[in-house]
Structures are given as C-alpha cells and as structure tokens.
Design a protein around this ligand. Structure first.
Ligand code: GTP
Length: 595
C-alpha cells in the first residue's frame, strides 16, 4: 500500500486556515475530532465487504493479512467507525509482531495513532507515533518514517507546540524530497508555513506556501495547490498586501468547491471579507461574511462568533444599529453557549498537554530502561564471557602445568638415569684411563692419583710408608725367543700374582714395560722387606703357565722407605732395583739410605 493513500486527515488538515481566525487550539480540536468522515457510499461498502471476504478466505499469509487489515482499518477510520478501526489496529499489532519487521510495526502504530488523534486523544496518538518512529530507528524505511514524522508535527502543533511541530515538518520535508513524493513535499511546506505563522513570522509563512504552490502547480497537484492559495489569501490579508491578497483570495474562491473542508471555505470567505472591509467595500465584505456564516452556522460555533462580531461591527459602521444589535445578540448567545464549550475545551487542552508530557516522559523512561537493560545485559554477557574465558584459561593453565610437571618429572628421571649412566661411564672411563689394559693393574696415571692420596694420608696420619720397584729379569729374551704374545702372558701372570699378595690399601701399578711399582701405606721398613719377599716368593714359587708351556720367571726388586717425597722414594727404589740387576738379578735390594 502506498503511503500517499494513508494520509487522511493529516494531509488535508489545512492547519494554516485554522490559525487564520486566531482560534488556534479550539478550532483544531474541532477539526481533528470531527475529521469530516468519508461518506459511506456504496463503493466504500463494497470495498469493505471485499476486504472482509478476502481476510476470511483460507490460505491468506501474514503479509497479505497485514495489508488487508491495514486497508480496512484505514477505510473504517475515515468513515469515523473508530471502534471497528481500533479492532483492526489491534489485530494488526499481532500480525506485525509475528512478521517481526520494523516497517509493519511502524505502520500499525501510525494507524492506531491516527485513530486516537481523530478522536482527540492526542497524548495517546503522539505515544503511538513516537513508538512507530522509534521502531524504525536504524532502518531505511523512508516512506513510513515520513508518514510518522508528519503526523507527529500535526499532533504537536495541535497541542500548541509549534516549535516541535516545525522540527517534525522540516524532517518530513527532507524525507519527502529524499524519496521524491511531491504531494507530501507540498503538504510539508504548507504545514511549515502554518507552524512559522503560529510562531509569528507571517512573511516566512508566505514563502513556504509559495514554494508549496509552485511545486503543486508544476506537478499538477490541484488540491494541494488550492490549499496553498487559500492559506496565501489569509496571510496576505493579514500582512495587508492588498493586491496579492485580492489575487490569492479570488483564485481560492474559484477553486474551493464542496470537496474542501467547510472551515477552509469559511476561512477564505472571512479573510476576503476582511480585505473588502479594509478596502472600504462594506457591501462586498458583508456578502463574504454572510457566506462564511452560512458555512459555519451550527458546525463551528467559534468561527460563527467571530463572524457575528465582524457583521455587527460592519452593520454598526453602515448606520444599521438594529441589524448590528441582532448580530451582537446572536453572538452573545453563541458566546454563552461557547463559553461552556470553551471551558471544557481549555480543560481538555490542558489535560491533553499534561497527557502528552506524561506520555513523552514514559517513552523516554522506557527507552532509558531499555538502554539500561541492554547495557546491563551486554555487561553481564561480557562478564560471563570473560569468566568463561578465564575459567577455560585457568583449566588450560592447570592442564599445562600438570603436563609440564609430569614431563619435567619424566625428563628429570631420564636425566637422572642418563647422569647416572654418564657417571658410571665416566667412572669406567676414568678406571680405564687409570688401568693398564694388559694386566688390569693401575697404570702410571692411575697410580699418581691413588698413590698420591695414600701417601698424603700417611703424612696426615704420620704413619710410615714404603715403596718397591720390581722388574722382570731378562724379559727381552723371553719376547725375542717366544714372541710378544707369550711375553704378554708372562706380564699378565706376574701382575696377577702381585695383586694376589698385596692388601686392598696397597697401591700396585704397572709402571711401564716389564716394571712394577707398589706403595705400602702404614708399613714399617721391616714390614716392607717382608712384603717385598712375599712378592718375590709369589713370582718365583712356581713357573708361569703360558701357551708354550711353563716358564720360570724371576724379579729384581728395589726397596725404599717413603718420606715426604714419594717420587724421590720411587727413584731411590728404582736405583736399588738397578743395583740388584747389576748384582746378578733375582733379588731384593734396599735403597742405600732409607728415605
Ligand atoms: N711382550 C711384551 N714385551 C714388552 C712389553 N713392554 C716392554 N716389553 C719388552 O721388554 C723388554 C725389556 O728388555 P730390557 O729392558 O732390555 O730388559 P731385560 O731383557 O728384561 O733385561 P734385564 O732387565 O736387564 O733383566 C723389551 O724387549 C721390550 O720390548 C709388553 O707390553 N709386552
């Protein structure tokens, strides 16, 4: 459905004409509440029946149902069947909610607001329009928005707030231009003229109506053009632009037929009458006032009262006091009747203003509450999200820490094993490095460490210590005669026998070649001699078993006591051993002087 078809009383209100007689609110109440219902012609009834039939038909989807209900509600509203129209508006709300699109809800609010407005419930109407406008927030639904802001402008102007009204009209004008609706553009310009007129700027009001007229003429919008001309007639009279007023008023009177609201027609006659009075054409003025009075009689008491006043003044000025008295009497009656109505109307206006303010505040509160709830929800959601993320992170960290701990433990275990293995390997390497590969006795390097430590202990404990150097006799001959392998067998056997006669604490080593050195910690010199004898005895006691048969082996041994210097003692024992060699071998020779 095109919005143009929905405009109803709003676009034809002719507000400027209301202002023309200076009866701002009361006239407007009359206009809005009466709303010149559409005549319930045959065609309209057929249309309503058709709409009801289509609504009852099976298989109507939600969108179609919305459009049918909206059209029926609008027609019923125009016919002044407000209860039925309200039923349609309620049904529309349910459909709009199910459709869940802001455009549908906004249109429903427009219809509901229009029904309220036409019955004079402006606070409720403004509430509906504002809700519809809010529903469109953030949505590109220009046509429906234009409809709502235009309605808000009219409603606020009705409540006596032309400033707010002007703001909504300006917004309507911008929207109308945005989507190229010339009819709405002309209406908005007319309404703007009316609002600035209310604010006292009549020249600016003329500008707006002229702009509207130019567009209406260009677009062939006859009705809108006539409305603008009617307004221009009134304004030019007020501004005392006599020539322009004459032209506008005549054009308006030619164009205004029965299809225009009675008040507009009466207003133009009255304005034209005022002009004629100013031009000192009392007969013409009288004729216009009488025409206006005929239109207003019984339908617009306050307009009537204004006219009767003018007619009385005119008759009096013409020297017809009796006629003047008749007009004044009638006016007095009207005033009396009107006074009560005016009192009620003023009370209604005050109540309406109060209701509007309350409705605005309620809507503001509702919006604030919504925003608060939304921000509360967002904050709560963020908190929950952060908590969940934190929890997840904590679980992950614990899992990671547990995994790292297990891994560390495992790695530590592996590391410990590897360290132990390395340690063992190192010990073995050290052992190997300090042992003679052939005989298994300490080699020179191993000897230096172990013997050095044993000697240091002797010195620390101040116990005696002895050393012997033993060398196999004529070993070269064995090698040469029987081969190196047999020589090795001899070396191993001699080493085994030496190892068999020393204590654990004694340090026996293969010094090199066929030479052996033994350190005896804690032995006196006499004990040293006995130990040397045991060594010699172990070797010579029985021939060595070799692969080539038993082989007798002898040793020459040199002895020395160890003092402060172990190396020196070894040198002395060595010298003694050489002396033994020279003395014929196979013997024990003591160092010349104990060290
Ligand atoms: N089979 C074998 N022979 C070795 C080894 N180390 C040294 N020899 C030999 O030992 C022999 C030592 O000979 P010499 O120093 O002349 O002494 P000797 O023949 O024992 O004579 P005297 O010591 O004077 O009794 C050399 O022939 C060396 O080659 C070894 O590890 N294995």
């Amino acid at each position: 459905m095109k919005p143009q078809r929905l405009r109803g009383w709003f676009t034809r209100c002719g507000l400027a004409m209301v202002r023309l007689i200076g009866l701002l609110l009361l006239f407007c109440v009359a206009l809005a509440t009466a709303a010149t219902p559409v005549a319930a012609g045959e065609n309209t009834e057929v249309l309503l029946e058709d709409l009801s039939r289509r609504l009852a038909a099976p298989g109507v989807d939600a969108r179609e149902r919305f459009e049918l209900l909206f059209e029926r509600g609008t027609v019923r509203r125009r016919l002044g069947r407000y209860e039925l129209a309200t039923e349609d508006a309620r049904a529309l709300e349910a459909v709009a909610t199910s459709l869940d699109e802001p455009g549908f809800l906004a249109r429903q609010r427009f219809l509901a607001g229009s029904i309220d407005a036409e019955q004079g419930r402006m606070a409720a109407a403004i509430g509906h329009f504002l809700q519809g406008n809010d529903a469109l927030d953030g949505h590109d639904n220009i046509e429906v928005r234009a409809l709502l802001v235009s309605a808000l402008g009219v409603a606020y102007q009705w409540t006596g707030d032309p400033l707010k009204a002007r703001r909504y009209y300006e917004e309507t004008l911008a929207l109308a231009r945005q989507f190229g609706d010339h009819s709405l553009e002309v209406t908005a310009l007319g309404n703007l003229g009316s609002a600035v007129g209310d604010l006292g700027n009549l020249s600016r009001a003329v500008d707006f109506h002229r702009q509207g007229l130019a567009i209406a003429e260009l677009q062939g919008l006859e009705q809108e053009a006539t409305e603008r001309i009617a307004n221009l007639c009134d304004l030019q009279v007020k501004l005392d632009n006599r020539r322009a007023a004459e032209e506008s008023c005549q054009r308006a009177l030619e164009a205004l037929d029965d299809s225009f609201p009675m008040r507009m027609r009466a207003g133009v006659h009255m304005a034209y009458g005022d002009l004629k009075r100013e031009l000192e054409e009392p007969a013409a003025a009288l004729a216009q006032y009488e025409l206006a009075l005929a239109l207003a009689r019984g339908r617009a008491p306050l307009v009537m009262s204004e006219l009767l006043q003018r007619l009385g003044d005119l008759a009096f000025a013409q020297g017809r006091p009796e006629a003047a008295a008749t007009y004044y009497r009638e006016q007095l009656d009207e005033w009396r009747k009107g006074l009560d109505r005016r009192r009620e109307a003023v009370a209604a206006e005050l109540k309406a203003r109060h209701d509007v303010e309350r409705a605005e505040k309620e809507i503001e509160l509702l919006q604030l509450n919504n925003r608060l709830q939304q921000s509360g929800l967002t904050a709560r959601n963020r908190l929950l999200l952060a908590l969940a993320a934190g929890l997840l992170l904590a679980v992950l960290l614990v899992a990671l820490a547990f995994y790292s701990y297990r891994r560390q433990l495992r790695l530590k275990g592996i590391l410990r094993e590897q360290n132990d293995e390395l340690e063992r390997a190192l010990v073995r390497i050290r052992e190997l490095a300090s042992r003679d590969a052939l005989t298994g006795l300490l080699n020179r390097r191993g000897f230096e460490d172990v013997a050095g430590a044993a000697h240091a202990r002797c010195r620390r404990e101040k116990t005696s210590c002895g050393v012997l150097v033993a060398d196999i006799d004529r070993f070269k001959a064995t090698n040469d005669r029987l081969g190196h392998a047999v020589g090795d067998e001899v070396l191993r056997a001699v080493a085994d026998r030496i190892a068999g006669v020393v204590r654990n604490m004694d340090v026996a080593c293969r010094w090199g070649g066929e030479e052996f050195v033994i350190v005896y910690p804690g032995l006196s010199y006499a004990e040293l001699e006995r130990a040397a004898a045991r060594v010699r005895e172990a070797i010579v006691a029985a021939p060595v078993d070799t692969s080539v048969g038993p082989l007798p082996v002898t040793l020459t041994i040199g002895l020395a006591s160890v003092g402060e210097d172990l190396d020196r003692a070894i040198r002395q024992a060595d010298e003694a051993m050489y002396r033994g060699k020279r003395a014929g071998r196979d013997r024990i020779m003591a160092a010349t002087a104990p060290a």
